[in-house]
Design a protein around this ligand. Structure first.
Ligand code: GLA
Length: 373
């Protein structure tokens, strides 16, 4: 029997810096302690692969020599990874894989990156392909672009692969330089409240936002003769071309420029242990995502507004792509239970949907969980 390789691959949170990764911005994510677990082994064939997903109770059978897009949701993440790996290496052979997800799907904690990165990382180990971490990160992103159709940034795959226990990561999405920043938020906790509204259908809106940012940037860059990067754009420039931009593009661009500033302010606040400031910045981000970037939804807004009435919550905001998924809350540990109870009751009353929740911690990135024996 061939040796079995076990991999765990985490989802991610993002403290601040939303929708700026595909706009040359700064982000502040961390891997979380909720993972997809993979068991992988070579099956001796040249090109026949089976991938079994416990959550979906279905098996995907793949011929490496005939890869094309599938129709069922999670299949394309797998197929996309295999396709992109095939472009970088000719060492891939037949394998059998089972995976079990403990990452809530469609909740804004990037179960998709956990899947892409876990599979890519595992196959790289299993077949000794020699790809480095950045190659794995980027191939995961390309899989999502080319097979899934979301023109995502680099943040999720980066966080899943590079995560480090008790650290958040400040990533400059333009240069790809990054820094681990230790984080100890005791006596507070990172609480995720899941609206249980799935953002599955939002891929189209995500790509629309990306296009709008590109269009807006083009207008500003042309008017001021600057290089096409949001890092060269100031709020003053945006005000000066408000007319050319029109309301929607102005709002999108204005959000991006402001959010980039907030991330750097948040890093300063974190370094000083100033969680109150961090919380206020999170509220500002939510306002921007809601009013200017328009990627929130009534359920997320409700939870953020609700948190504002409780002084034990320092800050809250929607997280990830938007249109559903989770809010991230910084909350005093003594208040977690009572707050969850109260919020669940109010949320159920308002939307007739059950709220779910979990506390999370910055955790290790994609790794081997048990060495083959
Ligand atoms: C999704 C994308 C990321 C990022 C976030 C929003 O999670 O995959 O690249 O753009 O949305 O910040």
């Amino acid at each position: 029997m061939a040796i079995e390789l076990r991999i765990s691959s985490p989802g991610r949170i993002n403290l601040i810096g939303e929708h700026v990764d595909y706009n040359d911005g700064f982000v502040l994510p961390a891997a979380i302690d909720k993972c997809i677990y993979f068991k992988l082994r070579k099956n001796g064939s040249a090109n026949r692969c089976t991938i079994k997903s416990k959550g979906f109770e279905s098996i995907l059978v793949v011929d490496l020599d005939h890869l094309s897009q599938g129709t069922e949701g999670w299949h394309n993440y797998v197929l996309g990874v295999l396709h992109e790996m095939g472009k970088l290496s000719n060492g891939l052979r037949g394998f059998d894989c089972t995976m079990e997800s403990k990452v809530p799907i469609g909740s804004g904690v990037s179960s998709s990156a956990a899947l892409e990165c876990g599979l890519a990382f595992g196959l790289n180990e299993l077949f000794d392909l020699g790809l480095d971490k950045w190659q794995l990160i980027k191939l995961g992103q390309r899989a999502e672009h080319n097979f899934v159709g979301t023109k995502c940034g680099i943040m999720d795959q980066f966080a899943s692969i590079m995560g480090k226990k008790n650290h958040v990561m400040l990533l400059d999405c333009r240069s790809l330089d990054f820094e681990y920043i230790p984080i100890d938020i005791n006596p507070y906790r990172l609480l995720l409240l899941n609206t249980n509204v799935s953002h599955k259908l939002s891929t189209g809106e995500y790509n629309v936002r990306k296009q709008q940012c590109e269009d807006g940037l083009e207008v500003v860059a042309e008017k001021f003769g600057i290089g096409k990067s949001f890092r060269n754009v100031t709020e003053k420039m945006l005000e000066d071309c408000q007319e050319e931009l029109g309301e929607t593009l102005f709002n999108r661009c204005s959000y991006i420029v402001q959010e980039n500033k907030r991330v750097l302010q948040a890093v300063n606040a974190l370094r000083k242990g100033n969680l109150v400031k961090m919380g206020l910045l999170m509220y500002d981000t939510h306002e921007g995502l809601r009013k200017k970037f328009e990627v929130s939804c009534p359920e997320l807004d409700f939870l953020v507004d609700f948190s504002k009435t409780k002084e034990q919550v320092l800050g809250a905001r929607m997280m990830g792509g938007g249109f559903g998924g989770c809010t991230l809350n910084i909350i005093h540990k003594s208040a977690v239970d009572s707050y969850v109870k109260e919020a669940s009751k109010a949320y159920k009353k308002a939307f007739n949907i059950e709220l779910s929740h979990f506390i999370t911690l910055p955790s290790e990135g994609t790794s081997i969980t048990k060495q083959p024996t």
